[in-house]
Design a protein. Structure first.
Length: 134
């Protein structure tokens, strides 16, 4: 049970504009995936990656980190990047990923605030009123 005296995370994220650890981790997962995709085929990491990549279609019920990377890219709207397994400009993709992660974070934040309002909580209403006044 949450203590009513504690400040909710939604308000902290709204005030500070900080990203979540999940967003930070997701960004670095995609960055590492790009590094693997560009590796030579003789590297052990690339060999294991290729095995797991090919295994996704054969064993649909097996969860692996490669499948999770695919799901993350699809969730962020970068399925075309996954399908090509190649990106022209890595830095541009990483900028787009960072922007998309921010957009998803803000969308989720607004959704959670609206859900709290629908449940009858006055905290989001007070938060919004304070920002309108200021």
């Amino acid at each position: 049970m949450l203590d009513n005296r504690l400040t909710q995370n939604n308000f902290i994220h709204g005030e500070l504009g900080r990203t979540t650890l999940l967003s930070f981790r997701s960004y670095h997962v995609i960055k590492y995936w790009l590094k693997i995709v560009h590796m030579k085929c003789t590297k052990y990491v690339k060999i294991v990656y290729n095995l797991l990549y090919n295994d996704i279609d054969v064993n649909n019920n097996t969860r692996s980190w490669v499948l999770l990377v695919r799901e993350l890219l699809q969730y962020l709207g970068f399925n075309h990047v996954w399908m090509q397994q190649n990106v022209g400009d890595d830095s541009m993709l990483l900028k787009d990923v960072k922007q998309r992660l921010e957009t998803v974070l803000i969308d989720n934040w607004v959704t959670e605030l609206n859900q709290q309002l629908e449940r009858g909580s006055n905290r989001p209403r007070t938060y919004v009123l304070i920002h309108i006044i200021l």
